[in-house]
Ligand binder design. Structure first.
Ligand SMILES: Nc1ncnc2c1ncn2[C@@H]1O[C@H](COP(=O)(O)OP(=O)(O)OP(=O)(O)O)[C@@H](O)[C@H]1O
Ligand SMILES: [Mg+2]
Length: 239
């Protein structure tokens, strides 16, 4: 599946236990998953099945209990973290799209998106240009000068998606990215994620319950009782 040069995402035998003793919860009990560069896979499963836990482990937001995780060329976890600077990993390698948008309240829409490329050393003009292109593609460019509090929930979510994409990270982790969106805009988001994946060899995992987008995936992982099962999706054409 993945080529040998660029691994994309590889997860092997991943376990996560929250707490200890009588109250311990085994959220992940040996998860195996692989996403090639350029691929967008769906991750679905009932509430409490471990979807967010899996994304948080992969995004180095929480520490797994055991297993192996590889991002691109780098083994990042092998029964313990293999890299010292987890903040740099999160900043440079991973784009997050969360259930809630978490925009910076005192920056306008354009600067919320342009901030990351600016921090990475791009000029203001280039950073704002990249921001504007993505806002355009996500159908929210008409709100470019608005403040986050002035946007609808769906608009905020589309801005958050632009922000996750703007630095072209090799991995994007999206947790219910289309939940507040109508079906046309939900499909627009999936179309952009697929374009990103193809254009920049991004490996993308989308956690979703959204019946509007589930038929678009070529491959789907089901998670149940802390374990994943892979199946073919309907691969509905997006163009
Ligand atoms: N910080 C925590 N401490 C203890 N248990 C937790 C913690 N976070 C999650 N859990 C438990 O781990 C299991 C998996 O939770 P997780 O949030 O990964 O589920 P999910 O599949 O994302 O669910 P949803 O679809 O509702 O978002 C659940 O039983 C949950 O109660
Ligand atoms: Mg969740």
């Amino acid at each position: 599946m993945a080529d040998m040069e660029k691994t994309g995402i590889r997860i092997e035998g991943l376990r996560k236990r929250y707490g200890e003793g009588d109250t311990a919860v085994d959220a992940l009990k040996g998860v195996d998953m692989q996403v090639a560069p350029g691929e967008v896979v769906g991750l679905i499963g009932p509430s409490g099945s471990g979807k967010s836990t899996l994304l948080k482990c992969l995004g180095a937001v929480i520490e797994p209990s055991a297993g192996r995780m590889t991002l691109g060329q780098d083994l990042i976890y092998n029964d313990r973290w293999e890299i010292a600077d987890l903040r740099a990993l999160r900043r440079d390698k991973i784009g997050f799209v969360f259930q809630a948008p978490y925009l910076i309240p005192f920056l306008d829409v354009t600067d919320n998106v342009a901030l990351l490329p600016m921090l990475a050393g791009e000029s203001n003009a280039i950073a704002r240009q990249r921001a504007r292109e993505l806002l355009e593609a996500l159908d929210v460019a008409h709100r470019a000068r608005a403040m986050p509090a002035q946007l609808s929930g769906g608009e905020q979510q589309r801005v958050a998606i632009a922000r996750a994409l703007v630095n072209r990270p090799p991995v994007i982790l999206a947790d219910e990215p289309t939940a507040p969106l109508d079906s046309e805009r939900a499909l627009a988001v999936i179309r952009i994620l697929n374009q990103m994946a193809r254009q920049f060899d991004t490996a993308i995992i989308v956690v979703t319950h959204d019946e509007k987008i589930i038929p678009t995936f070529k491959r789907i992982y089901h998670i149940r009782d802390g374990r994943t099962h892979e199946e073919a999706g309907a691969a509905m054409p997006l163009e």
